[in-house]
Design a protein around this ligand. Structure first.
Ligand code: FAD
Ligand code: NAG
Ligand code: NAG
Ligand code: NAG
Ligand code: NAG
Ligand code: NAG
Ligand code: NAG
Length: 847
C-alpha cells in the first residue's frame, strides 16, 4: 500500500472514530426505528417500492446499473433504488452461469429475457433488418453476452478527453484503466493451458480485488492452439491486450470465476457478493417509462428531476418513486435514449410530431456507432468443435452434468482467441496513408448528415471525430478485430470473425411512439460510408493470409461459406451481406460538449438538467477497438466516484485536542450546509471539495502516516468499548473489522467509500456468505409497504436543513392538481392488459 493511501485511510477512520455517537461510520443511525426496512433486497413486488423516496434512483439493472448501485450503496447513509425491466434471471440460471450453455442456448433465446430488437432494413446489408439482442434481466447484456473481457488501446480513451476540451472531469486512458482495474479480479488458468495455448498474462495490468472475476475457460478446444503461432508467423506479438496497445494476438480473459467456471456478471459481482448492503433496493419487472420533473429549476435554470415513473407493460398501472438526489439512467444504448426522449429530452424533430412536449432539444439518439461483424468459414483437419457438440443432445446433457458436478468439461469453453490489426497490416503503410488522404471529412459529414436529419452541433462533433478516425487509419490503431469461432458451419469447420472497430458510419435510435413499450427505430446504418466497406474487404483478404500462415497452413484445408471463391468487390459485398452486430452499440447519449452534439457533460449530467445523469455504454462518444463490457464497468466505477464526490460532505478534520472519551453530537458531522453541498455539486468535481475538505486533507497528509496510524489504533480501542450492543452486526457497518476473522477474502472487495476519487480504505469484511442467505426471500419479507423510506434514513438532521434550491428533499410532494402529471408516490391507473413477456426470441449464435 502506498504511503499516501495509508495516510488517507488513517485520516478517514479517526475522523469518525473520535466522535463517539450512536451512528456507524457512515452516519447511519442504528437506533432508527425504521431500520429493519433498510435491508437490501431484490423484489418484484411493486407495492414495496411504489411511492417511496430514495436518494438515488437508477433506471436499469445491467452492467453499469448494478455496478453503480453497488458502489453508491457503500455509503450506508444514502438509499439506492434500481428499477429493472426484466427479471432477476433465476429462471434461466444455467443459461447465464454455464459458459458454453450461454452460447449454445443463449439467454437471448429465452422468452422475456431479451428485448428482441431488430434494426430497420440496412441498405448496405442487402436491405435486410438484423437482430439486435439486449439482455432484459438483472446483469443486463452482461448476463447474456460472450464474456470477452478487454480494454482498448490507451490513445482511444485519450480521444474521449480530446473530444471534451475543458471538461470538468478527466476522461482518458489513465482514468479508464484505473477504474477497469478497480472492477476486476484476475484469475489464473492452469499451467498446462497457459503452455498449450500460449496464454500471455501481464499480471500488473489487472486488478486483484474488484467485484468482477475474470479468467479463462478450463477446457479449450485443441484447435485453438494454432491461433497464436499462426499470427506470430505473420509478425504479430502475442500479448495481454490489457496493457494499453491492442494491436497483436491474444487469448483474452472472460468474465468468469476461474475456480468454478461460472459467469460473473454485475449481479454476481456487485450485488450477490454484498448481502450487507441494507440500503439498496432492486425492483424487477418494471420498465421506467419517464423521468419526472415537477417544474422546479436550479439557479442556472436547469430542470430538477423529482423521480421516475414505471410500469410493467402497455396499459398496466403506472407507478412512481421519488428521487431525493439524482435520477441515473443506466438502460444501455437503447433504453437510456428511449427514456430521455419519452421525457421530452431529445431532438424536437423527433418529439414534436409524436406530440411530446420538448423540455430540452438535445440530439439524444444521434451518434450511434456499432461494430459490424461478418464470419468467414474454413474447413479444418479437426472434427471437434462446438457445432459438432450441438448436433448431439446427449453429448450436451453429459457436458452439462459434468459442469454441474465438477465445473469442468466441454461447456466451460467459450471463444477467447482474438487479435487486432491496423489498416497498414491489412493493406500496406502506403495504401493506408492513401486511404486516409482520400477521405474528404467535410463531404463525408455532409453525406452522413443528409441521411439522418443531423443537427449542426452533431455535425461539428462528427467532424472532430472524423479527424481523429482519419489519423487512426495511418497508425497502429486496431481497425478490425479478428476472432476464432469454434462455431463452424458443422464438424471439421471453424469460423473466423472479422469485425469493423472504427466505423465512419453513424446511425440513430429514435422513438416512434409515445409509448415506452414500442421498440424505437434502430438504424445503425452499417457500411454507409465507403471507407468502412474498404476496410472489411481488405480484412477478408487478410484473413485468407492468416489461414495460410503458420500451423493454420496445415490445419485449415479450404474456405467454405458465402465468401468462398469470391474476390474484389464481390467479396466485399458478401462480407456486407453476411454482417450483423458484434453487439457493441453506443453513442446515443454521447459525452461531448453541447455545441458538439453532446447529451451529457463530463460529469455525465444531461444538459439542461440539474440531477439527471446517464451512466452506461450510451455515453461513449467514439468507438474503441474492444468489446464494450470492461469499458462500461470502468464508466460505472468512475461515474460512482463522480457522484460520490458531488455529494461528499467532508468530515471535520480530526481534532486531536478533543478528549477521546468526550461524546460529541452528530451535528458536528453535518457541518456542511445543504447549499454548500449543492454548490459543490453544481460546480462539478474538480471544485467539488469544499475548502474545509482541502484543509482536512492537507492536515491529514501533513501530520504524517505514523502519527495517524497511532491515532487509528488508539481510536479503534475506544470504539470497541463504546460500540453499541447490537446483534445486527452485518447491518452495523461500523462494526469492528477485527471481529470478522472469518472474512471471506475472495468475496470482499476494496471500497473507497470515505474517500471518493482516491485513497484506499481497508477492505470491509463481508459478514454474510451468500450461501447462507436467500437474498430475494429476505428482501421480500423485510421490505415494508406503506412507509416512506425517506423518513427512515438518518439524514433528517441535514436533509431537512434549509437549502431552498437544492435537489434534496425529504418531504412528500403535494398532491398534483387533478389530471396532471403523476407526482412521485402516486399511482396512475390504466387498464391492465396481458401483453407482458409475449415477444418472440431467436438465437444469437451464428449457425
Ligand atoms: C449477445 C451479446 C453479446 C455480447 N458480447 C460481449 C462480450 O463478449 N464482451 C463484451 O465486452 N461485451 C459484449 N457485449 C456487449 C456488452 O454486454 C454491453 O456493451 C454492455 O452490457 C453494456 O452495458 P450497459 O450497462 O450499457 O447496458 P446493459 O448491460 O444492456 O444494461 C441495460 C439494462 O437496463 C435495462 N433497461 C433498459 N431499459 C429500461 C427501462 N426503460 N427501464 C428499466 N430497465 C431498463 C435492461 O433490461 C438491462 O438490464 C455483448 C452484448 C450482447 C447483447
Ligand atoms: C488443466 O486444465 C485442463 C482442462 O480442465 C485439464 O485437462 C488439465 O489436466 C489441467 N492440468 C493441470 C496441471 O491441472
Ligand atoms: C462460483 O464461485 C463464486 C465465488 O466463490 C461464488 O460466489 C458463486 O456462487 C459460485 N457459483 C457456483 C455456481 O458455484
Ligand atoms: C420538486 O422536486 C424537487 C426535487 O425533488 C423538490 O425539491 C421540490 O420541492 C419539488 N417541488 C414541488 C412543487 O413539488
Ligand atoms: C480469387 O481468390 C482466390 C482465393 O479465394 C485466389 O486463389 C485467386 O487467386 C483470386 N483470383 C484473383 C483473380 O484474384
Ligand atoms: C454519506 O457519508 C459520506 C462519508 O462516508 C459523506 O461524505 C456524505 O456526505 C454522506 N452523505 C450524506 C447524504 O449525508
Ligand atoms: C466546468 O465547471 C465550471 C464551473 O462550474 C463551469 O462554468 C464550466 O462550464 C464547466 N465546464 C464544462 C466543460 O462543463
Amino acid at each position: 500500500m502506498h504511503v499516501t493511501a495509508l495516510a488517507l485511510a488513517a485520516l478517514a477512520v479517526p475522523a469518525s472514530a473520535v466522535i463517539v455517537r450512536d451512528r456507524d461510520a457512515d452516519g447511519a443511525n442504528i437506533n432508527n426505528p425504521y431500520r429493519n426496512m433498510l435491508k437490501r433486497g431484490i423484489t418484484d413486488n411493486v407495492q414495496q417500492v411504489n411511492g417511496k423516496a430514495f436518494d438515488f434512483v437508477i433506471a436499469g439493472g445491467g452492467v453499469a446499473g448494478l455496478a453503480l448501485a453497488g458502489r453508491l450503496a457503500e455509503w450506508k447513509n444514502v438509499s439506492v433504488c434500481v428499477i429493472e425491466a426484466g427479471s432477476d434471471g433465476s429462471d434461466v440460471r444455467d443459461n447465464i452461469d454455464v459458459p458454453g450453455l450461454s452460447y449454445g442456448e443463449s439467454v437471448t433465446t429465452k422468452p422475456g429475457r431479451d428485448w428482441g430488437y431488430n434494426t430497420v432494413a440496412q441498405a448496405q446489408l442487402g436491405d435486410k433488418a438484423v437482430k439486435w439482442p439486449r439482455g432484459k434481466l438483472l446483469g443486463g447484456s452482461g448476463a447474456v453476452n460472450g464474456m470477452f473481457w478487454g480494454r482498448a488501446s490507451s490513445h482511444e480513451y485519450d480521444a474521449w478527453g480530446d473530444l471534451n476540451p475543458g471538461g470538468n472531469v478527466t476522461w482518458n486512458w489513465n482514468e479508464m484503466n484505473k477504474y477497469i482495474i478497480k472492477s476486476e479480479t484476475l484469475g489464473w488458468p492452469n499451467q498446462s493451458n497457459i503452455d498449450t495455448f500460449q496464454i500471455a498474462i501481464d499480471e500488473k495490468a489487472h486488478g486483484t480485488s474488484g467485484p468482477i472475476h475474470i479468467g479463462w475457460s478450463s477446457f479449450i478446444y485443441p484447435f485453438t492452439s494454432n491461433w497464436v503461432p499462426s499470427w506470430e508467423a505473420l509478425g504479430f506479438t502475442n500479448k495481454d491486450l490489457a496493457s494499453g496497445d491492442v494491436r497483436g494476438v491474444s487469448l483474452t480473459p472472460s468474465t468468469l470465476f476461474q475456480d468454478n467456471q461460472t459467469r460473473c456478471d454485475s449481479k454476481a459481482g456487485y450485488i450477490d457478493s454484498r448481502p450487507d448492503l441494507p440500503n439498496l433496493f432492486i425492483l424487477t419487472g418494471q420498465q421506467v417509462t419517464e423521468v419526472l420533473f415537477n417544474g422546479t429549476k436550479d439557479a442556472d435554470g436547469n430542470d430538477i428531476a423529482s423521480g421516475v415513473s414505471f410500469s410493467a407493460y402497455e396499459g398496466a398501472p403506472v407507478y412512481s418513486v421519488q428521487a431525493n438526489k439524482e435520477v441515473i439512467l443506466a438502460g444501455g444504448t437503447i433504453g437510456s435514449p428511449q427514456i430521455l426522449q419519452l421525457s421530452g429530452i431529445g431532438p424536437s424533430s423527433v418529439l414534436t410530431p409524436l406530440g411530446i412536449t420538448v423540455r430540452k432539444d438535445l440530439p439524444v439518439g444521434h451518434n450511434l456507432q456499432d461494430h459490424a461483424s461478418s464470419t468467414m468459414y474454413f474447413s479444418t483437419t479437426e472434427i471437434q468443435n462446438w457445432a459438432q457438440l450441438w448436433s448431439n443432445k446427449d453429448a450436451i446433457a453429459a457436458a452439462l452434468a459434468e459442469w454441474k458436478s465438477s465445473k469442468t468439461g466441454l461447456l466451460t469453453y467459450i471463444n477467447e482467441a482474438v487479435g487486432y490489426v491496423s489498416m497498414a497490416d491489412i493493406t500496406s503503410a502506403s495504401q493506408a496513408t492513401a486511404a486516409a488522404n482520400a477521405i474528404n471529412v467535410a463531404q463525408t459529414v455532409t453525406d452522413v448528415a443528409a441521411a439522418h436529419d443531423m443537427p449542426s452541433n452533431v455535425q461539428a462533433g462528427l467532424t472532430a471525430q472524423y479527424n481523429i478516425l482519419k489519423q487512426w487509419l495511418t497508425d497502429a490503431t486496431g481497425q478490425l478485430e479478428i476472432i476464432l469461432s469454434m462455431w463452424g458451419s458443422g464438424a471439421n469447420n471453424v469460423g473466423i470473425q472479422c469485425a469493423l472497430q472504427h466505423p465512419f458510419s453513424r446511425g440513430t435510435i429514435f422513438i416512434n411512439s409515445k409509448s415506452a413499450f414500442n421498440a424505437p427505430n434502430i438504424d445503425p446504418s452499417y457500411y454507409a460510408v465507403d471507407i468502412d466497406r474498404q476496410i472489411i474487404g481488405a480484412g477478408a483478404n487478410w484473413i485468407r493470409r492468416l489461414v495460410a500462415s503458420g500451423p493454420f497452413a496445415n490445419t485449415i484445408t479450404g474456405e467454405t461459406g458465402a465468401t468462398a471463391g469470391l474476390n474484389g468487390s464481390a467479396l466485399t459485398t458478401a462480407m456486407q451481406n453476411g454482417a450483423g452486430t458484434e453487439y457493441h452499440p453506443h453513442g446515443t447519449c454521447s459525452m461531448l460538449p453541447e455545441e458538439m452534439g453532446g447529451v451529457v457533460d463530463t460529469r455525465l449530467i444531461v444538459y439542461g438538467t440539474n440531477n439527471v445523469r446517464v451512466i452506461d455504454s450510451s455515453i461513449i462518444p467514439l468507438h474503441i477497438s474492444a468489446h464494450l463490457m470492461a469499458t462500461t464497468y470502468g464508466i460505472a466505477e468512475k461515474g460512482a466516484d463522480v457522484i460520490k464526490q458531488a455529494h461528499w460532505k467532508p468530515p471535520p478534520p480530526p481534532d486531536v485536542s478533543v478528549s477521546p472519551t468526550a461524546t460529541e453530537d452528530i451535528a458536528q458531522i453535518g457541518e456542511a450546509t445543504d447549499s454548500s453541498v449543492a454548490n459543490a455539486q453544481k460546480a462539478g468535481v474538480s471544485s467539488g471539495l469544499s475548502t474545509t475538505a482541502k484543509i482536512g486533507l492537507g492536515v491529514g497528509v501533513g501530520v504524517g502516516a505514523g502519527a495517524l496510524l497511532g491515532l487509528l489504533v488508539f481510536c479503534m480501542c475506544i470504539r470497541k468499548k463504546k460500540r453499541p450492543t447490537t446483534d445486527e452486526k452485518g447491518w452495523y457497518a461500523g462494526a469492528n473489522q477485527q471481529d470478522n476473522s472469518a472474512w471471506d477474502a475472495q468475496q470482499a472487495y476494496r471500497e473507497q467509500d470515505a474517500f471518493p476519487m482516491g485513497g484506499v480504505v481497508a477492505p470491509r469484511p463481508n459478514r454474510f456468505s451468500s450461501a447462507n442467505m436467500s437474498i430475494s426471500t429476505m428482501a421480500t419479507a423485510d421490505l415494508q409497504p406503506g412507509q416512506r423510506m425517506d423518513s427512515s434514513y438518518s439524514l433528517g438532521d441535514y436533509a431537512n436543513a434549509s437549502g431552498a434550491n437544492t435537489p434534496y428533499r425529504d418531504e412528500p410532494s403535494p398532491l398534483p392538481p387533478a389530471g396532471q402529471y403523476p407526482t412521485p408516490g402516486f399511482q396512475t391507473l390504466g387498464s391492465p392488459s396481458s401483453g407482458y413477456g409475449a415477444q418472440q426470441y431467436t438465437p444469437v449464435v451464428p449457425k
